[in-house]
Design a protein around this ligand. Structure first.
Ligand SMILES: NC(=O)c1ccc[n+]([C@@H]2O[C@H](COP(=O)([O-])OP(=O)(O)OC[C@H]3O[C@@H](n4cnc5c(N)ncnc54)[C@H](O)[C@@H]3O)[C@@H](O)[C@H]2O)c1
Length: 268
């Protein structure tokens, strides 16, 4: 790589093609917009459709289903020839996701693990074979959560109302073990892949966001904000700079690492 002294060149994604799995969600759409503004073409793979613009294309992909992953990548590689980056951004919240640990349904646990974690392993296999075959200096980014690094402080969920859980269902807001376990598993997978494929010029890193204000119950927002040194929840666009950094040559010497952007949540 030539040395770059202009910020536009350092962060440029001109001629880059990026797959975002779980890309139709709120953060995924923000990521697509910033990355396409830097020149990339984006292919969103998700079970639900969001945007479909010339530089942001949607294609169905259920990452918890082997056949669906296979056909998504077959179609994408046929259409695009070269993909440079995979961003794994999936957040699975099946029915009864918020049930308490002792009563947790094994099927829900498995669905979350398949979607948040096993899908990343399967998608990485496809992408790494593609990078090697096409001799691409590939880039993989897993989107984690602070709860992949530290356990939840359950005091912030005390006395919340099930009716005010904006994410639906019969249970009040909490962080299930399936989330913490799948997100910390992604960190291990990133470290494994980084040491395995650094020699092939393939980089693998994580982005760890903190909680975003999404109109949650007031009591929760107050409790959460109290735990954050910056004193508030994040805004949806506050991870855009970090994803651009990880997706571009600005992070060319970074692999096996984790960029934490959490308002200081994990700093205490
Ligand atoms: N929102 C937050 O406060 C927050 C905080 C920390 C980390 N994160 C992480 O950020 C990422 C994005 O979160 P978000 O808030 O935008 O969530 P979101 O629910 O808006 O988006 C997640 C996307 O994943 C998709 N998805 C779920 N199951 C899937 C499957 N089987 N196959 C394909 N796609 C599937 C959903 O359809 C959705 O579009 C997630 O990885 C999440 O863990 C979010």
């Amino acid at each position: 790589m030539s040395r770059k002294f202009n910020y536009k060149d350092v962060f440029s994604l001109k001629n880059k093609k990026i797959v975002i799995l779980g890309g139709s969600g709120k953060m995924g759409v923000n990521f697509s917009k910033i990355l396409s503004s830097a020149g990339a073409k984006i292919i969103l793979g998700d079970i639900k459709k969001a945007v479909n613009k010339p530089k942001i294309q949607y294609s169905y992909c259920d990452v918890s289903n082997e056949t669906s992953i296979k056909s998504f990548f077959e179609k994408t590689f046929k259409q695009e020839k070269k993909i440079h980056t995979l961003i794994y951004n999936v957040y699975s919240k099946p029915k009864d996701y918020y049930k308490k640990f002792e009563d947790y349904d094994d099927k829900v646990w498995e669905k979350v693990m398949q979607s948040n974690l096993s899908g990343a392993y399967k998608a990485s296999k496809k992408m790494i074979s593609h990078f090697k075959k096409k001799k691409i200096s590939g880039n993989i980014i897993f989107v984690l959560s602070t709860y992949g690094l530290v356990g939840p402080d359950f005091s912030i969920y005390k006395d919340l109302s099930s009716k005010k859980n904006i994410y639906g269902g019969k249970f009040s807001l909490t962080t299930p073990a399936s989330y913490t376990t799948s997100k910390s598993g992604l960190l291990g997978l990133a470290k494994y892949l980084s040491t395995s494929f650094g020699k092939d010029n393939i980089r693998v890193n994580c982005l760890t966001p903190g909680g975003v204000y999404d109109g949650q119950e007031k009591k929760f927002v107050k409790n959460y904000s109290h735990k954050v040194p910056l004193g508030r929840m994040a805004k949806w666009d506050e991870y855009n700079g970090a994803i651009l950094f990880l997706s571009s040559d600005a992070s060319s010497y970074m692999t096996g690492s984790n960029l934490i952007v959490d308002g200081g949540w994990t700093a205490w």
